[in-house]
Design a protein around this ligand. Structure first.
Ligand SMILES: O=C(O)CCC(=O)C(=O)O
Ligand SMILES: [Fe+2]
Length: 218
């Protein structure tokens, strides 16, 4: 049996907090990068459009799930996440923007063979909402083109509208990376990196999340 034990998901991570890695200019060394943040946020009008659109479709929101639906510990896994999600239709304009960010980040940092944005999720975390430590990696043995390699998150609303709700990642040395809380902030990261969204103490946090797939690694 494969060992699916991913440890205690509720425990605090290391105290050491670092900033997202910035590639060193003029160096031939390729750094091992877990995540990369863009210095320019997504235009606030576009963020507002997305929020407005999803609020207009609020009846389409579903409880966000996690893990393998057929797994016996699925109900335990539900404790990992408390949020509502809405999936954008495949012809939505946001797919082009998401692909553009991912392409730039991938060319700079990973050069992975990626083929498309799997799906775009809009997430709503109300007071008490969170997403505990998890990874986004998933693959399908029967579909060689379904291999999640990268993830992207865009913070859609202003952090003054909520308390908490920090996106945190762990790097390969188990150091914590805290993403800046900023409207429109874009972070692209390895789908295998553990990450979480800390509890929303008050208010509502909206994010756009997408997963990028490509052929199996060889
Ligand atoms: O809301 C976020 O910023 C990240 C959410 C996340 O990690 C996920 O949905 O897989
Ligand atoms: Fe995630």
């Amino acid at each position: 049996m494969p060992n699916n034990d991913i440890g205690d998901l509720t425990k605090e991570s290391q105290d050491e907090i670092i900033q997202p890695t910035v590639a060193r200019q003029n160096s031939s060394v390729v750094p091992l990068v877990v995540s990369t943040a863009f210095s320019h946020p997504l235009d606030e009008n576009l963020c507002n459009l997305l929020i407005q659109e999803i609020e207009n479709n609020s009846k389409e929101f579903r409880t966000g799930l996690t893990g393998n639906f057929s797994s016996p510990d699925y109900f335990m896994l539900k404790k990992i996440r408390n949020s509502e999600v809405y999936f954008l239709p495949v012809n939505h304009w946001a797919y082009g923007i998401v692909w553009n960010y991912v392409k730039i980040a991938n060319d700079e940092n990973w050069q992975l063979d990626i083929s498309n944005v799997q799906t775009i999720q809009i997430t709503k975390y109300s007071e008490g909402g969170f997403y505990n430590w998890h990874h986004d990696f998933s693959a399908n043995k029967n579909d060689p083109n379904y291999f999640r390699k990268l993830s992207i998150t865009i913070q859609l609303n202003d952090p003054s509208e909520y308390e908490g709700g920090v996106l945190q990642l762990l790097d390969y040395s188990n150091r914590r990376i805290d993403c800046e809380r900023k409207k429109g902030h874009v972070c692209v990261f390895s789908g295998r990196a553990p990450h979480r969204v800390t509890k929303i103490k008050s208010g509502v946090r909206y994010s756009l999340v997408a997963w990028i797939v490509g052929p199996q690694l060889r």
